[in-house]
Design a protein around this ligand. Structure first.
Ligand code: 5AD
Ligand code: SF4
Length: 488
């Protein structure tokens, strides 16, 4: 395990080992030597700022990046005026790309003040040739670019930059078209000491016709169950009580392993880990959600009663063109089955409005599903054309005006159903994992129920990391005001 590695014992004057993760430990040790010199010269630690864009997978990747940087000796800071700034990018929607160019431009002024500042770009957007070409041409303040498949190489690329190795003066660009194995046992930093994301698989094989993820994250690869269990065991020993198992489609976990196992089987193994109190997972594809998993959700003592089940559209016609492999009817049947097995389940979803060819009728089907499925909340997106995906070349793209008008109606419907849903739990007592002090209200803390609702209630910092019973007194839509039950 990484924690057992002593970087001080690595001979940094020898040749780097070829095998991973030892090669990276070697480069981490080399960078650490650079940090020591920096400290001697400047009388302070070098600082690092990691900005995350996009989904939970990116958030977890950023924790790995921070883990490596901290291990090298960087101190994390929220300010972008740091000695190293990393932008971990997202490209699911086009406006994410446009915003990023602006942010990279802004960094130029910091580099002027601190010419040794290192700027790093990584993540999904860097897997797009067009984006990288534009950065190469127009943003000479960028030092290192890598993609989604070689995050583990950060220390090696940084060593080239920091230690005046060949190629230093130029922008270092290392992007792999395809993944090459999963590198285990590298450090990762956690935002919260008591909960953590755990990748169980990478990539996606579904090729929904609007989505760029399979092109930038590659085909599905599952981690070995033993590696996952070992990681979680380690986290639990380190104080973690809740894990979130992460993958683009966790329901197809394990299919490509040498000894295939199902997602439900993996969950059963994770549940057996003593000391672990809560298990979450994200994201489920409705086409792959098995009866076995539904049954297990009803029985399990540790699985949280929250399911994120992206709908995307309520029109069976559009779902077919989206390549989603379910219909409006089969989706609603699935929801009914889940509610029967787990009556207090909270279901959340993702919805896209304005997919090419979406008619008013199609859109009304989406509104109809929102009402029937009684979602607890929904992430709503305006369709964004992504070059290279099948939907980008489809005829009949919906006009901006129509999309805007539908989006407003969608939001209203979602807000209305969520508020209704949340009000049903008023007066109930829920187990809440306390996460942090509430910054807005003195003397309050904030936590999450198993159903993933935020709850604010009076309490002090000593509760952070504990699971406590809280009465949900007043619903405010997506959060509650509560009251801790003192007799726990
Ligand atoms: N346009 C709009 N939304 C998209 N999503 C994925 N691709 C696109 C796109 N091209 C949404 C889907 C997915 C979520 C993570 O992002 O709803 O579930
Ligand atoms: Fe994209 Fe579909 Fe894969 Fe989700 S399942 S990441 S929407 S291709």
């Amino acid at each position: 395990m990484y924690n057992e590695v002593d970087l001080n014992k690595i001979d940094i004057n020898s040749e780097p080992p070829a095998e991973e993760p030892f090669r990276q430990y070697y480069f981490m040790a080399k960078c650490r030597e650079w940090v020591r010199n920096f400290e001697r010269k400047n009388g302070r630690c070098p600082t690092a700022s990691v900005q995350t864009f996009g989904c939970q997978m990116n958030a977890r990747d950023s924790e790995k990046i921070i883990g490596i940087l901290k291990c090298i000796g960087y101190e994390e800071t929220g300010s972008e005026e740091a000695d190293i700034v990393v932008f971990n990018t997202c490209t699911v929607r086009e406006n994410a790309n446009l915003k990023l160019y602006g942010r990279i431009g802004q960094l130029k002024k910091y580099k002027k003040k601190n010419p040794d500042m290192v700027t790093v770009l990584c993540g999904c957007m860097m897997q797009e040739d067009e984006a990288v070409e534009k950065i190469r041409k127009s943003y000479n303040n960028v030092d290192i670019i890598f993609g989604t498949h070689n995050i583990f190489k950060l220390a090696e690329l940084l060593a080239i930059k920091l230690l005046d190795m060949p190629g230093t003066k130029k922008m270092i660009v290392d992007i792999w078209e395809k993944p090459a194995g999963i590198v285990e046992e590298l450090p990762a930093e956690r935002k919260y000491p008591f909960k953590s994301g755990v990748n169980i698989m990478f990539g996606c094989n579904n090729f929904c016709s609007y989505c760029i993820v399979p092109y930038v994250r590659g085909r599905e690869r599952s981690r070995e169950p033993e590696d996952i269990i070992k990681e979680i065991q380690h986290l639990v020993n380190d104080g973690v009580v809740e894990v979130m198992l992460l993958g683009q489609n966790v329901n197809s976990y394990g299919k490509n392993l040498k000894d295939p196992i199902s997602f439900t089987e993996l969950l059963k193994r994770v549940e057996r880990i003593e000391g672990l109190k809560r298990i979450r997972f994200m994201t489920s594809h409705p086409k792959d959600l098995s009866d076995g998993l539904i049954e297990f959700m009803g029985q399990s003592k540790k699985l949280c009663h929250h399911l994120h089940l992206p709908l995307q559209s309520g029109s069976s016609r559009i779902l077919k063109i989206m390549n989603r492999h379910y219909t409006k009817e089969s989706y609603l049947e699935l929801v009914e089955k889940i509610r029967k097995a787990v009556p207090d389940i909270a279901i959340t979803t993702d919805i896209i409005v304005g997919f090419p060819g979406e008619t008013e009728e199609d859109f009304k089907e989406t509104l109809d599903v929102i009402e029937k499925a009684e979602y607890d909340s929904a992430f709503t997106f305006i369709y964004s054309k992504r070059t290279g995906t099948p939907a980008a070349s489809m005829e009949a793209q919906v006009s901006e005006e129509v999309v805007k008008e539908r989006f407003e109606r969608l939001l209203k419907t979602v807000q209305c159903t969520s508020a209704k849903k949340a009000s049903l739990s008023e007066g109930k007592i829920a187990d809440v994992l306390v996460e942090e002090k509430n910054v807005q209200e003195e003397g309050f803390v904030t936590g999450r129920t198993g159903q993933n609702y935020l709850v604010h209630f009076k309490g002090d910092e000593s509760l952070i990391g504990k699971i406590v019973p809280v009465k949900l007194c007043e619903s405010k839509g997506f959060y509650y005001y509560g009251e801790i039950q003192r007799n726990f």
